[in-house]
Design a protein around this ligand. Structure first.
Ligand SMILES: Cc1cc2nc3c(=O)[nH]c(=O)nc-3n(C[C@H](O)[C@H](O)[C@H](O)COP(=O)(O)OP(=O)(O)OC[C@H]3O[C@@H](n4cnc5c(N)ncnc54)[C@H](O)[C@@H]3O)c2cc1C
Length: 473
């Protein structure tokens, strides 16, 4: 190819519209859009199986939007970029910034290397409303508490940029010789556990747009209160689309704000603010995925128990609200936020297993697994994070079920073997008398487990463990 080429390197921005780096690269007319699957630099945070599955379909959709002109590679990004530069007449390379610590280090190295070759390199913000360094306190330090972060920091900063249209008059090219076929990345599972998951998602930029419109019609008008009820379709389920960048937070922000200004819209925007807060935490604490932000928790007396962990992972704890959440995750790759908090509290407080176990399981099984949100979410629920839920706030999964799934629709959907129990016992079948269980075709320990732990005793033990921690400090 003789033309001067600019490279657009897709990463977590798998879309054509509102893609600032793609718009920048399109100024040069001839663009080589590339995707590099890099599982060499992410150490223990290699993409989980559910994310790989999503990525496969998202790349397929992007490739179709580019009429086949997506070049796909697997390996070390610097080597691959150097190889492309050696074979094409590359003048410039563009990408949207990512914020995982390993990517920040890698990007810096790549930028220096390419610039030394005389290639123009430009990165842009395609994933956040406000990048971490634009939201700081007056004294220059970063916020550790959400409300001032969002209200003063974000809302007091420059307004987010308007969404961009997809670039026009671009000629996309393909590296016909060396591009891999998408299947060569082997992102799909060998054992096809994904068959059930497919029906829940419409993956790709077009699917994200449709989901957003459905949410505007059905969920947004009820969002503020309805977002806590897992059986209702009142949350957006846009998290995987946002994670992979099939839709941008700017499109969501201005999309809802253009409708009107009410409490539901403000609340939805503040949830996007929590996402920004997680990214800020990760940026300023690169050890967030590994280390307790509050170091006093380093001495917490965790248990180690493989069989309790397995029961939690498989949704076989005997506590219906927990099991429903873990099975929703397994079957759909997603779990409602309220239930993430319930199963998280149960794991770290009742079972007293380290939050790392929960974070790792979520990392592997969530389609929206996101290093910033997942790490911040687990540190929040474990009480050891920034602005975290206090450790002594221990959710009771039975009363949480009664409150947020009052007619039991969520539990009955995911734990069908106890569906015939009357509402009174649905959240705590172990309290039901023999004839109630019999009438509902439930045999404890045969058709459905007895609780793997006593909720009251384990709660008291967790509080005592927390007290012992306080005495040490
Ligand atoms: C233990 C735990 C682990 C979590 N792991 C992840 C994860 O890996 N990836 C992930 O995207 N979210 C994670 N979250 C945050 C939250 O549960 C999800 O973002 C939300 O449930 C996604 O559903 P939704 O798109 O329907 O949300 P909506 O309610 O429709 O919210 C819209 C968007 O706002 C953002 N958002 C909403 N709530 C939060 C929150 N509490 N923190 C940060 N951002 C938020 C998300 O990007 C979400 O897509 C976790 C929360 C907990 C408690």
């Amino acid at each position: 190819m003789k033309e001067n080429i600019s490279i657009h390197w897709f990463r977590l921005d798998l879309r054509l519209s509102d893609n600032p780096a793609l718009t920048n690269s399109a100024k040069h007319r001839h663009v080589l859009p590339i995707y590099i699957f890099d599982d060499l630099n992410s150490s223990e945070f290699k993409m989980g199986r559910a994310s790989r599955w999503w990525l496969h379909h998202s790349l397929a959709s992007l490739e179709a939007s580019l009429e086949g002109n997506l070049s796909i590679y697997h390996g070390e990004p610097l080597d691959i970029l150097n190889d492309i530069v050696a074979r094409f007449n590359v003048k410039s390379v563009y990408w949207n910034r990512c914020y995982e610590p390993w990517r920040i280090v890698g990007d810096r190295r790549i930028k220096e290397n390419l610039k030394a070759k005389g290639i123009e390199v430009e990165s842009a913000n395609g994933s956040l409303l406000w990048e971490p360094w634009t939201v700081k306190k007056q004294d220059g330090s970063f916020y550790k508490v959400f409300t001032p972060f969002y209200r003063k920091g974000c809302l007091g900063a420059e307004v987010p940029r308007d969404p961009l249209d997809p670039p026009q008059n671009v000629q996309y090219h393909k590296d016909e010789e060396f591009s891999l076929n998408l299947d060569a990345l082997q992102l799909l599972p060998h054992i096809r556990w994904d068959k059930k998951m497919v029906q829940h998602w419409n993956i790709g930029e077009g699917g994200a747009r449709v989901r957003f419109q459905e949410f505007i019609n059905e969920g947004l008008p009820h969002y503020k209160d309805g977002r806590n009820v897992p059986a209702k379709p009142y949350v957006s389920r846009l998290s995987p689309h946002l994670h992979f960048g099939e839709i941008s937070p700017n499109q969501l922000w201005y999309g809802v704000k253009s409708i009107s200004a009410d409490q539901n819209i403000e609340h939805f925007c503040s949830e996007l603010g929590w996402r920004e807060f997680s990214y800020s935490q990760l940026y300023y604490n690169p050890k967030l995925p590994r280390e307790n932000l509050q170091s006093r928790f380093n001495a917490f007396p965790w248990f180690d128990n493989e069989s309790l962990l397995r029961a939690w992972q498989k949704g076989r704890t005997g506590i219906p609200m927990v099991d429903a959440g873990m099975r929703e995750l397994w079957q759909t790759g997603y779990m409602h936020n309220r239930v993430r908090m319930i199963v998280g509290s149960f794991l770290v407080k009742n079972l007293r297993l380290h939050w790392h176990y929960g974070a790792r399981w979520f990392w592997d099984t969530l389609v929206d697994a996101d290093l910033a949100n997942n790490s911040a979410g687990w540190q929040w629920i474990a009480g050891c994070g920034a602005d975290a839920s206090p450790f002594f706030r221990i959710f009771n999964p039975a009363t949480q079920g009664q409150k947020f799934d009052p007619d039991g629709r969520y539990i009955r959907r995911f734990v069908p073997e106890i569906a015939m129990l009357p509402d009174k016992y649905l959240f705590s079948p172990w309290k039901a008398e023999g004839y109630v269980l019999e009438n509902a075709n439930v045999q404890l320990d045969i058709t459905y487990p007895s609780p793997i732990i006593d909720l009251k005793q384990s709660r008291e033990a967790a509080l005592a463990a927390f007290q012992s921690l306080k005495k040490r400090v």
